[in-house]
Design a protein around this ligand. Structure first.
Ligand code: AMP
Ligand code: MG
Length: 538
């Protein structure tokens, strides 16, 4: 039963599929689109594909799972992670969840194109769930096809790994495989569908459970299933909280509020905009999950959203992310309320989110500025003024903070010296004409205050730069870079995917030979689809 050549490797991989073992299963076994009641999941097989081809894999994720290089480069690996072959111990299923989409309850959603393969328990006894995205229809596919196209799969694959290397909690990506099948997509929803190459990403996370996995049961009054899922989640992913009880449920929720806040602080630090923060896209572990029409801030603009569907209300724009996270947490609180039946502690936790976020954000901003610690008395106005200045002229956020670390400040400085110091910052601006004398006056004024503040800390330039460069990335997966790698891949050239994956492994390092990937967005990309705005079509 083991294919020739890899038996030992496969034998050493241990699956432990507790989700299917411990939670209620959908009794209906046909793979038809329907409402699935009182069940956490439905068993379903991936659709067989004709000619899968490996585009890329992440060696770090492979290592987590105990997969060798030979295994990842074998035909067996391609067949497994295209969904054609099951490794011994795999058990495939799709989970049932609901969600609030754009502020409204949307009912049952579920894994419409994600098929779980089961959990690997690695040599360090760590559990890793595997999931194929784009592997065909499930009972939760609603009106869609269960498939994913190459462009969105490249974006998910690269960004998952880029986020991990930036130190941001995220689901991971093991592999990116072309299925060999073309998939029809109307990218702009304008009645002009085209055929695109189909692809499958294997995602990896200790849990893929979303807020919506809990909401669905409460919305249907299926409280005993809700309790089973909550207890399961606590015992598997929050064992430090102890045996489930109403007190533990509250502690659990408080922890979710904190980890969610921490994730958003990271997003704000690097300029990441998720784009679709629906409650079905919020991980119970505070992981960044479901890379769809996400984007990276280029010019600092809190109102920017990458998602065309969201262009009208900008609900999910950069600056709204903390408030939306809190709104989503309130929905989760409502979902678990029947197990606690006390409003106050849940409400208090949702309110404390704000405090936790605020103080974490201040600490993060102080780090971005190279300060030893956030000074409550003074730093608030310093940061506020900087953010206002950053949005006055189109300023590349990533470049600005890297250049700011280069300011060489030898003690007291006069006005003239401050002006000379700003030369490196000029690289961060998109439109030179916007750097008017009024603008300059304002930024010189800010720099004067900033320099005074730095002198108070009295760190050497070398030390300050090291601190700043450790939190201000040089390389992020700029929207136009991802798009360029997609354009090439659609022509059969995958080299840029590999190159970006490599560069994004060390986002805080200078990497002088990769400088081209740290440059400002070129002008041609300003309004090109994929480089500026994206639709949900994927
Ligand atoms: P998203 O907005 O991508 O987070 O997806 C919302 C819901 O739609 C989830 O239940 C997805 O599983 C489902 N979905 C999105 N795209 C597809 C697709 N191509 N086929 C089936 N279900 C999909
Ligand atoms: Mg989703």
């Amino acid at each position: 039963m083991y294919p020739m050549g890899y038996p030992d490797m496969i034998k050493s991989i241990k699956f432990d599929n507790s989700f299917v073992r411990e939670l209620p299963e959908d009794p209906e076994t046909t793979n038809t689109r329907r409402q699935v009641l009182s069940s956490c999941y439905s068993r379903v097989n991936p659709t067989i594909v004709s000619s899968p081809k490996l585009v890329a894999y992440s060696r770090e994720v492979a290592a987590l799972l105990g997969f060798s290089k030979e295994f990842c480069e074998s035909d067996y690996f391609i067949q497994v992670f295209a969904g054609n072959l099951m490794m011994p111990g795999m058990d495939t299923y799709a989970t049932c969840y609901g969600g609030h989409q754009f502020g409204n309850w949307a009912g049952q959603l579920g894994d419409g194109r994600a098929i779980n393969l089961g959990d690997i328990v690695n040599k360090q006894s760590k559990r890793w769930g595997l999931q194929l995205k784009g592997a065909g229809l499930t009972p939760y596919s609603r009106t869609a096809d269960g498939l994913a196209v190459l462009r969105s799969s490249i974006r998910e694959f690269l960004c998952s790994e880029a986020m991990f290397h930036l130190g941001i909690p995220t689901t991971r990506a093991l592999s990116l495989i072309l299925t060999g099948k073309m998939v029809e997509r109307d990218m702009f929803y304008d009645g002009h569908p085209r055929l695109e190459p189909g692809a499958i990403v294997c995602r990896v996370a200790s849990s893929f459970t979303r807020f919506g996995n809990f909401e669905i049961f409460t919305s249907r009054g299926e409280i005993s299933v809700l309790k089973q899922l909550v207890d399961y989640t606590i015992s598997k992913d929050f064992p430090h909280l102890g045996k489930p009880s109403p007190e533990v449920y509250i502690k659990w929720f408080e922890e979710i509020c904190r980890t969610t806040a921490d994730m958003i602080i990271h997003w704000m630090r690097v300029g990441f905009v998720h784009g679709v923060m629906n409650t079905d896209n919020m991980s119970i572990l505070g992981l960044t999950i479901d890379y769809g029409p996400y984007g990276w801030l280029e010019d600092y603009n809190p109102a920017w959203t990458p998602n065309t569907t969201d262009a009208g209300t900008r609900r999910y724009c950069f600056g709204n992310q903390p408030q939306i996270a809190q709104w989503n947490l309130a929905k989760l609180a409502t979902a678990i309320y029947p197990l606690i039946e006390k409003t106050k502690p849940l409400q208090a936790a949702v309110e404390r989110f704000e405090h936790h976020y605020q103080s974490g954000w201040q600490t993060m901003m102080a780090k971005k500025l190279g300060l030893i610690a956030y000074d409550t008395g003074k730093d608030g106005s310093l940061i506020k003024e900087l953010l206002e200045i950053l949005s006055l002229a189109e300023t590349d956020m990533t470049i600005f903070f890297r250049k700011l670390a280069l300011l060489d400040i030898p003690g007291f400085m006069n006005n003239f010296e401050i002006q000379a110091l700003t030369t490196p910052l000029m690289d961060a601006y998109y439109i030179p004409d916007q750097i008017t004398s009024g603008y300059k006056k304002r930024i010189y004024g800010w720099l004067e205050g900033y320099i005074q503040r730095l002198n108070k800390d009295n760190l050497s330039m070398k030390k300050r730069r090291k601190k700043m460069d450790a939190v201000n990335p040089k390389y992020v997966l700029r929207n136009y870079l991802a798009q360029q790698s997609i354009d090439k891949a659609e022509q059969g050239d995958f080299s840029m995917i590999h190159e970006l994956l490599e560069v994004m492994r060390r986002p805080y390092d200078e990497q002088p030979d990769k400088k081209i990937f740290a440059e400002k967005r070129p002008d041609w990309a300003r309004s090109k689809p994929g480089c500026s705005m994206l639709s949900c079509s994927s």
